[in-house]
Design a protein around this ligand. Structure first.
Ligand code: NDP
Ligand code: 8X3
Length: 249
């Protein structure tokens, strides 16, 4: 039985990924800060299938302790899903709160880098795989994306850079870059249920299960096959974005 280490498993894409992988025969280390949600996953899927690891990804010591404390059966990591992340504050750069920017950099950039480095020896030993959830925001610029977009450009590129460094190790590396997925992401980003509902209204956005199924498909491909990057959007979203500002008219 293969083992996955899934960050951000208390909600959205991460929770759906744990459910999907377990249904396909995997064990999962499920991580996040909200312990009660991880316990609910364990109750739903079984303690032999899910190990809850409660920590803040911005706390390196807590991350190291969680890895050191993995029980028998969950230590041999075959797949790292770098998923935990967020956008906090939907404002222009000139109005942004620096504290929100720091949270996004610490969570989307620093934590991903640290966790990846800590798990790389195990992943190399197992000829495992790394799948990171970047974003279309890392490739296409939109207003008020600012630091979130920058952090996801980093995520997209760091993941591709890992692929280059891991050349010859047998470790597979994939950057998944989604557009709009209906999760708690937009609630966190806007701070308002109404604003979140407004963003999704009429779009028919992707679901967390759409992304989880993509992760499972990639993870279960034959070992000689690497998907480098994959970009997904709902049909009703596209990447047209050029604007001009006109003076005196
Ligand atoms: P959710 O808000 O539903 O889930 C985010 C997850 O990240 C939660 O499990 C949360 O756990 C975890 N997380 C956030 N901060 C921390 C932290 N400091 N320590 C530990 N865990 C943390 O959002 P999504 O499922 O949509 O987002 C998952 C990933 O997908 C993110 O990286 C996001 O950028 C990316 N993405 C999302 C898109 C979308 O439209 N939804 C589109 C493209 C990419 P907890 O709060 O319990 O700690
Ligand atoms: C967020 C992607 O398209 O919802 O990562 O802004 S989008």
């Amino acid at each position: 039985m293969r083992t996955a280490f899934v960050t951000g498993a208390t909600a959205g894409i991460g929770a759906a990924t744990v459910r999907t992988l377990v249904a396909s025969g995997w064990r999962c280390v499920a991580t996040g800060r909200r312990a009660e949600r991880l316990e609910a996953l364990v109750a739903e899927l079984g303690a032999d299938k899910v190990h809850p690891a409660v920590f803040d990804v911005r706390d390196q010591a807590a991350m190291e302790a969680a890895i050191a404390g993995l029980p028998e059966g969950f230590r041999d990591i075959d797949l790292l899903v770098n998923n935990a992340g967020l956008a906090q504050g939907l404002t222009t750069a000139q109005e942004a709160d620096l504290a929100n920017w720091q949270v996004m950099i610490d969570t989307n950039v620093t934590a991903m880098v640290v966790l990846t480095r800590l798990l790389l020896p195990r992943l190399i030993e197992r000829k495992g795989a790394i799948i990171a959830i970047g974003s279309v925001a890392g490739s296409y610029i939109y207003p008020m994306g600012n630091v979130y977009a920058g952090s996801k450009a980093f995520a997209n590129h760091f993941t591709l850079a890992l692929r280059a460094d891991l050349h010859g190790t047998g470790v597979r590396v994939t950057s998944i870059e989604p557009g709009m997925v209906e999760t708690e992401f937009t609630l966190v980003r806007t701070g308002s249920q109404q604003a979140s509902d407004d963003l999704y209204r009429g779009v028919d956005p992707m679901t967390a299960e759409d992304i989880a199924n993509t992760i499972r498909w990639i993870a279960e491909l034959p070992p000689h096959l690497n998907i480098n990057r994959i970009e997904l959007m709902p049909v009703n979203q596209d990447f047209a974005g050029f604007r001009v500002a006109r003076e005196n008219c």
